[in-house]
Design a binder for this molecule. Structure first.
Ligand code: FES
Length: 64
């Protein structure tokens, strides 16, 4: 699913960025150039980022 139409970034791209160490919206922007055009993707990108971080934490045994 496309999250950022301006840059052609998908939810899988965001999940891959988290796997590669991104842990904040700022780091996502730096890695993917996400949200740097119209910015309308920011809320959805943050939601996908938070889900990916939660999944990673759970997989690593850090979930509450
Ligand atoms: Fe992401 Fe426009 S949809 S910057």
């Amino acid at each position: 699913m496309y999250v950022c139409l301006c840059r052609g970034i998908t939810d899988q791209d965001i999940k891959d960025a988290v796997e590669n160490g991104a842990s904040s919206y700022r780091e996502l922007r730096e890695q993917l150039d996400l949200g740097t055009c119209c910015g309308r993707c920011a809320p959805e990108a943050r939601a996908v980022l938070n889900d990916a971080l939660s999944e990673t934490a759970a997989r690593l045994g850090y979930a509450a």
